[in-house]
Design a protein around this ligand. Structure first.
Ligand code: ZN
Length: 318
């Protein structure tokens, strides 16, 4: 069904999944840079295709809308929403005997800007496990949103400028929509704004937002990517920096991220969601990727037939 060649490959279709190196045929689960390359032919959802063209230039794509099965190299392939960002998809592959579900990055529950995840059953599960540690049981989403809105309103009332640091693709658009829904106008850094225009073209409205310009700041929140090169923003006076990330659940996060506040709103499944996803899929084997190897031990303890993706043998690592 699949093999590992410095990444996941669906053997019958010779289809590389989320490779960062150029491939003849590559499935792209979503348009974050650690999941894509300039493939000769990319397979992805229409939302991901639009973002892929923005980030990599216009390239050959076979679009795979959600829930529409295609026959491809002896496999039946179907995408399902992954709830992570615009166009993010899980991939279900069926060779007639067994099914394999590859989750890509995913999040359960509602999102302001992406379709909620749908998790089909499968025989083999290949799952991202970013927060595969019990320390990462994140607070309820409504609590994190309440915390963000309270910080933003207080900062504005004090005559300061809330600067929300969020990844340019996905988190920035979700934060923007949360703020504009709450009546707070948003100014976006140019990198964020380019992505937001694709969201709107794809039918995902973000409300009252504009591109950040030197003379437009008072009374509005600013959304910009994280990182030192975005610390100086034209026209922003008295900034109060708020990181929005699942890693904020760690009390030391705000010091590590160099911000005033950190809000634990994530676009990844937290620890409990990872476990409930395995239960929902109910596979005969689970292969974990993008997370702590220790998570595999937790699955073994819970009675699952679990592996680190790419290691053929089941072994305890800790
Ligand atoms: Zn991602």
């Amino acid at each position: 069904m699949f093999h590992f060649d410095r990444g996941l490959k669906l053997t019958a279709a010779d289809l590389a999944v989320d490779f960062r190196r150029r491939q003849p045929r590559g499935f792209i689960s979503h348009a974050h840079s650690d999941h894509m390359a300039r493939h000769e032919l990319a397979l992805c959802t229409p939302g991901t295709a639009a973002l892929y063209h923005l980030r990599c230039g216009v390239r050959p794509v076979m679009e795979m809308p959600y829930r529409q099965t295609v026959e491809w190299g002896g496999l039946r392939l179907t995408t399902y929403p992954a709830g992570h960002c615009l166009g993010s998809a899980m991939l279900l592959a069926d060779d007639g005997e067994r099914t394999l579900l590859y989750t890509g990055d995913f999040k359960l529950g509602p999102s302001a800007t992406s379709e909620p995840a749908e998790v089909p059953r499968a025989d083999v599960l290949v799952m991202e496990s970013t927060f595969g540690d019990p320390r990462y049981r994140l607070p309820p989403r409504e609590e994190a949103i309440g915390q963000l809105l309270e910080l933003v309103r207080k900062t504005l009332a004090d005559g300061q400028t809330p600067v929300i640091e969020a990844y340019a693709l996905g988190k920035s658009q979700e934060v923007t929509r949360i703020l504009t829904d709450a009546g707070v106008a948003v100014l976006q850094h140019a990198e964020v704004h380019r992505v937001s225009q694709v969201y709107e073209q794809q039918g995902m409205p973000l409300g009252n937002f504009m591109r950040l310009a030197a003379n437009l700041v008072p009374g509005k929140a600013v959304v910009a990517p994280p990182g030192p090169r975005y610390k100086q923003l034209a026209g922003v006076r008295r900034p109060v920096r708020i990181a929005v990330t699942g890693w904020a659940h760690d009390p030391a996060a705000k010091y590590r991220l160099g911000v005033d506040h950190a809000v634990p709103l994530s676009d990844h499944a937290d620890y409990d969601d990872l476990l409930s996803t395995v239960e929902q899929v109910n596979p005969s084997e689970v292969h974990c990727t993008h997370g702590p190897a220790r998570f595999v031990d937790r699955l073994l303890d819970a009675g699952w037939n679990a592996f680190v993706l790419g290691r053929a043998r089941q072994e305890r690592l800790f």
